[in-house]
Design a binder for this molecule. Structure first.
Ligand code: ST9
Ligand code: ZN
Ligand code: ZN
Length: 333
């Protein structure tokens, strides 16, 4: 018989087993943390970021007007750059390095690091540090993109102001020894700026211009600027939209939601109620390849012998969790 307590115990046991298996638990929600009393610290704007992000988005709008004059190869190249850079985030800094949800061989880690610099979302070390505090202190002052502060803040606003002191205080206590021990990640951190200039902006622009005589303006604005801006916004939608709009079949007590539209743009990362409930699952979803190119990619890498040890939550544990804390949305339809 399934009595409430037995289910809780099984769920927790599974949690710890899988966490221990990964050698880390710092992406699991810490409910003991309390926000400090009293007024919040004032916003401190970072004008350099405000100006650069505005220019980037204006550049992306201009790039949209160039699409009708672009060669078909250039558009295909832009899509390829989008997919590769997105995998550097989803399969790389997210599922591999932040959550340790599978293991990757050296060649795959090198590929993911190159793809990650192409995505220019801060180096892997910084991304992982911010992402682990996001899970551990989700929707509090210690969450870098705290969705309680609204759509704009969790989408882009958090990159335009100084961090809340609790993000830094709590972040400094995280265990990042696994990341520091990864030579590929630390190499990227050391050469991050030149790697971004080369991989996010120069390479995407030079290829169409050199190989099929695309105009240099189109080569720069579509595969570099527009592709980069779309990648950023697809990622940010996970923090904003997927923390606000959608069902909560796994845990109705937390904010993150199941948002298939976000998953479509973010290569499988929009099943965010599932992901915050089971952060160690390599698929970030109950449903395998559905809207989830990243899972297909990781599976392919395993097939090729470049990855292994995929962590997956069992159907029984998922079902028990749905019954215990879900909003019932999966039962009714
Ligand atoms: C970008 C990142 O866009 C996007 C991440 C999104 C995450 C999404 C997650 C969702 C799930 C996955 C979905 C994937 C979907 C992919 C789909 C793809 C299509 N802990 O930062 P500073 C300390 S980046 C501990 O300057 P300020 C530390 O000592 C876009 N300590 O703080 C640090 O020094 P160091 C491009 C921390 O001054 C020092 O503080 N990049 C932590 O408050 C200073 O750090 C940009 O636009 C911590 N967590 O400034 C740049 N944090 O690092 C944006 C800090 O040397 N960033 N410390 O150890 C900045 O300019 C600044 O960070 C700031 C804050 C202005 C935002
Ligand atoms: Zn989240
Ligand atoms: Zn995560």
């Amino acid at each position: 018989t399934r009595n409430g307590n037995a289910v809780v115990e099984k769920d927790l046991l599974n949690h710890e087993d899988l966490a221990g298996d990964r050698g880390m638990i710092d992406d699991i929600f810490d409910e003991t943390y309390r926000e400090k009393e009293g007024p919040k610290p004032p916003l401190r704007y970072v004008w350099r970021n405000i100006i650069l992000m505005s220019l980037l988005h204006l550049g992306a709008l201009f790039a949209l007007t160039l699409i009708p004059s672009a060669k078909i190869q250039t558009l295909a190249w832009a899509v390829l750059c989008f997919l590769v850079s997105a995998l550097g985030i989803t399969a790389g800094s997210h599922r591999l390095w932040s959550h340790r949800s599978y293991k990757a061989t050296l060649p795959l880690r090198i590929f993911l690091t190159i793809a990650n610099s192409m995505a220019f979302q801060n180096d892997i070390y910084e991304w992982v540090r911010d992402h682990r505090v996001h899970h551990k202190f989700s929707e509090t002052d210690a969450d870098p993109h705290n969705a309680m502060r609204g759509f704009f803040f969790s989408h882009i606003g958090w990159l335009l102001v100084r961090k809340h002191p609790d993000v830094i205080e709590k972040g400094q206590k995280l265990d990042l020894s696994d990341i520091k021990a990864d030579k590929v990640v630390m190499f990227q951190r050391r050469y991050y700026k030149p790697s971004v200039v080369l991989l996010c902006f120069t390479l995407p622009a030079v290829v169409p211009w050199y190989f099929w005589d695309e105009s240099i303006v189109i080569s720069f604005f579509i595969p570099a600027i527009l592709r980069y801006t779309l990648g950023l916004n697809a990622t940010w939608l996970v923090n904003s939209a997927a923390h606000m709009f959608g069902n909560r079949p796994y845990d109705q007590n937390i904010n993150p939601r199941e948002n298939p539209l976000v998953s479509l743009g973010a290569l499988g990362e929009g099943f965010h109620n599932y992901h915050h409930t089971f952060p160690y699952d390599y698929s970030t979803s109950e449903f395998g390849w559905r809207f989830n190119l990243t899972t297909a990619f990781i599976d392919l890498m395993c097939l090729l012998g470049l990855a292994s040890d995929r962590k997956k939550v069992s159907k029984e544990v998922i079902l028990a969790r749905k019954m215990r804390t879900g909003d019932g949305s999966h039962k009714s339809g």
